[in-house]
Design a binder for this molecule. Structure first.
Ligand code: AMP
Length: 365
């Protein structure tokens, strides 16, 4: 069998972990990224250092690879669409298009049968006031594009907040009902168009809008777990998406609300590398390389702790110690900053109370 080569648009930590799993499956990889020291380049067989809007470089990547994927959401359509017509980019542009604008994303989710918080597009004071009247307070105002990790959003609790939010309306926004959820959870699905496999649902705990912990299994009934997995698979099928899709949900009692989605491996799925019988990166590579997908199974309760810049030194100390079932990943980014994702630690055989007792004190609170 000739060796397959996959291409990755983006060379961050997700690209790095895709390339690591590709190697384990005997698949070669090439990444494209503007930064010569991008983390993925440590692991890929080849690299293209070029801007994401360098059409000739992207074309070079596609020509060199049997299949191409992307590891971030904001790949522009005017670049990707012409490439999708000529090369094998099996996830296509559609799931990116559907997720690049929060309004389009929620309309699409609702049209395909997922429940969302109430929402309305807003673009000026009058439309904001009308949306507040209809949805009520508290509510969350978000920019429609380019928001991430809590950037570009504001919780409105009072008339004063509404006035304070007016400058945000220099760009199109969406106002959403504030959901008093019990917890947040994400479902990662990989589909080859025929078969879809779903990873065990994790509970996501954020701090300052950034994922801090992912705790698996999420504390919920088997019925709810099954329903979330079934709904995610059905949603993917009905949207005609293939490849990988992560959906973030809010869980409130027995209700599940769609929050957002990403057609790429997801931070909340990093625990799958050691916590499951197969992982999100490996199944994505299997899909890209045309191999049959494998159904994942949780091997033990697992906690994933994100390592931001402020916790890097503590993580490096943990890496130098011997702890059974504890796996430290440092992404090798050359510049460390507070709030920048520098690595993660997966603790297999640990639940939230053990994490709180044995580990939480070692990281910045
Ligand atoms: P997002 O960028 O949409 O994932 O939002 C970042 C975080 O803000 C989420 O993980 C939630 O913790 C919180 N959040 C976002 N939207 C809502 C909402 N409609 N109701 C309550 N909390 C929200």
């Amino acid at each position: 069998m000739t060796e397959k080569t996959i291409g990755i648009i983006g060379g961050g930590q997700l690209g790095l972990m895709i390339a690591q799993q590709a190697h384990g499956l005997g698949v070669r990889s090439v990444a494209l990224d503007p930064a010569p020291d991008a983390p993925a380049f440590r692991e890929t067989d080849d690299r293209i250092v070029a801007a994401f809007d360098d059409a000739a470089a992207l074309e070079r990547l596609c020509r060199r690879c049997d299949a191409v994927t992307y590891e971030f959401e904001n790949v522009p359509g005017d670049i990707l669409v012409p490439l999708c017509e000529r090369y094998n980019i099996p996830q296509g542009f559609r799931p990116l298009y559907d997720s690049q604008d929060r309004l389009r994303e929620k309309v699409n989710a609702r049209e395909h049968g997922l429940k969302t918080p109430a929402f309305a597009p807003v673009h000026d004071e009058a439309s904001l006031r009308e949306a507040v009247r209809r949805i009520g307070l508290p509510a969350v105002l978000k920019t429609r594009t380019l928001g991430y990790d809590g950037h570009g959003q504001m919780v409105l609790r009072s008339e004063r907040d509404v006035r304070k939010a007016l400058p945000m309306l220099s760009v199109p926004c969406i106002l959403e009902q504030f959901v008093r959820f019990d917890f947040e959870a994400s479902v990662i699905t990989v589909s080859d168009g025929e078969r879809a496999v779903c990873f065990p649902v994790g509970r996501n705990i954020h701090r300052d809008g950034i994922l801090d912990l992912c705790v698996v299994p999420a504390d919920m009934s088997d019925g709810l777990h099954r329903r979330m997995a079934d709904e995610s698979r059905r949603f993917m099928r009905e949207c005609g998406y293939r490849g990988i899709l992560a959906i973030e949900y809010f869980v409130k009692d027995d209700e599940v609300y769609f929050n957002e989605m990403a057609p790429r491996p997801h931070n909340s799925g990093h625990y799958t590398i050691e916590g499951c019988s197969t992982n999100q990166f490996r199944e994505l590579v299997r899909f890209l390389a045309g191999m049959p997908l494998e159904e994942p199974r949780l091997t033990a309760p697992t906690v994933m702790k994100n390592i931001l810049g402020q916790d890097l030194a503590a993580a490096e100390t943990v890496a130098g110690e011997a702890h059974e079932g504890v796996y430290v990943h440092i992404y090798g980014k050359t510049e460390s900053r507070p709030k920048r994702k520098m690595g993660h630690i997966t603790m297999v055989g640990t639940d939230l109370s053990r994490y709180e007792k044995e580990w939480a004190g070692r990281f910045v609170r």
